[in-house]
Design a protein. Structure first.
Length: 272
C-alpha cells in the first residue's frame, strides 16, 4: 500500500476528522516505528507500526454510521476529564467511533457517530454549510423584532452570526416554541443568541443534521443508518470530489480538427 499522510490515516482509522488528527501530531502523541511523527509525515499502514498514546492503530476497512438521540447531561465526546457520561458510553459497539460536530451537554437530540473521517470533515467544515435543525423552547413571548434580529444575525464574541431560519411553532405569554435552522456551529450558539435577545433557553433538541432526520428514535437509543441514509451522506461530499478532478478535454473529430488546421496552414504557407 502506498504511503499516506499520517493525519489522513488516523482519520480513516476513526480517530476523528483530519483537523483533530493533526492535533495528535502537533501534541507529539503519534509514533511511527517507535519514532515521534511530525505533522505532514507519511507512513504505510501495512508496513509501519503507528501508535497513538502508545496504543497501536488498527485500520478497519468497514465504515460504521450510527445515529444517537443524545439525552441531556451527556457530553458529545469520547472521553471526559470530569468523568461525565459520554455519547460513546451509550453506543455499545467495538472499534473507533467518534461524534461528528458538537451538541452541548444540556441539549438533547441527533448525534452522528462514525469512523469515516472524510465524511466527518464534510459535515463539520464551515465551507460546506450543511443545515442543522433544532426545536427550541425559550422563556417569554417572542415578538417579531426578536425573530427578525435572529434571522439577520447578531454580534456574538465580536463576530456576526450567519443568517438563520427562525420560525415560531407555538407559545403564550410565558414561553415560546421555535424552529431554528442554521449552518453555523459555534459553541452554545443558540443558547447564547437567545439569551442576548432576552429569552433564556429552557429546552433544546436537534432534530436534523443535513439530510438525517431524528424521527421517532427515543432519547438514549441509537441505531445504524440505513443504506439510503448513508448514500445521502456520501452524496454531500461527491460534488467536492468532482470539483477537484480536472475537467476532461472535449473530443474533437478528425473533420473538425481539419477545419481548424486548414485556415492556419494556408495563412502560414510560404508564397511562391
Amino acid at each position: 500500500m502506498a504511503e499516506e499522510r499520517i493525519q489522513k490515516l488516523l482519520a480513516q482509522a476513526g480517530y476523528g476528522s483530519r483537523r483533530a488528527c493533526e492535533q495528535y501530531l502537533i501534541e507529539m502523541r503519534v509514533t511511527v516505528n517507535g519514532q515521534i511523527a511530525e505533522l505532514g509525515a507519511k507512513a504505510d499502514p501495512l508496513r509501519d507500526v503507528i501508535k497513538v498514546d502508545g496504543k497501536r492503530v488498527r485500520f478497519e476497512t468497514g465504515k460504521v454510521y450510527v445515529m444517537l438521540n443524545k439525552p441531556a447531561g451527556v457530553v458529545t465526546t469520547n472521553e471526559d476529564e470530569f468523568g461525565r457520561k459520554t455519547v460513546r458510553d451509550l453506543v455499545n459497539l467495538e472499534g473507533h467511533l467518534y461524534p461528528v460536530g458538537r451538541l452541548d451537554a444540556d441539549s438533547e437530540g441527533l448525534v452522528l457517530l462514525t469512523n469515516d473521517g472524510e465524511l466527518a470533515n464534510a459535515l463539520t467544515h464551515p465551507r460546506y454549510e450543511h443545515e442543522k435543525e433544532y426545536v427550541v423552547l425559550v422563556e417569554g413571548e417572542v415578538d417579531s423584532g426578536v425573530i427578525k434580529a435572529w434571522r439577520r444575525g447578531v454580534v456574538l464574541d465580536g463576530q456576526l452570526t450567519a443568517p438563520a431560519k427562525v420560525t415560531v411553532l407555538d407559545g403564550d405569554h410565558h414561553k415560546t416554541w421555535l424552529r431554528v435552522i442554521m449552518h453555523e456551529g459555534r459553541k452554545r450558539q443558540i443558547r447564547e443568541v437567545a439569551g442576548m435577545l432576552g429569552h433564556r433557553v429552557k429546552y433544546l433538541q436537534r432534530v436534523r443534521l443535513g439530510p438525517l432526520q431524528l424521527g421517532d428514535l427515543k432519547v438514549g437509543q441509537w441505531r445504524h443508518l440505513s443504506r439510503s441514509e448513508v448514500k445521502q451522506l456520501q452524496a454531500l461530499i461527491e460534488p467536492e470530489k468532482t470539483a477537484a478532478q480536472p475537467a476532461a478535454r472535449p473530443k474533437t473529430s478528425r473533420s473538425e480538427a481539419a477545419k481548424k488546421v486548414k485556415p492556419s496552414a494556408a495563412k502560414h504557407r510560404p508564397e511562391r
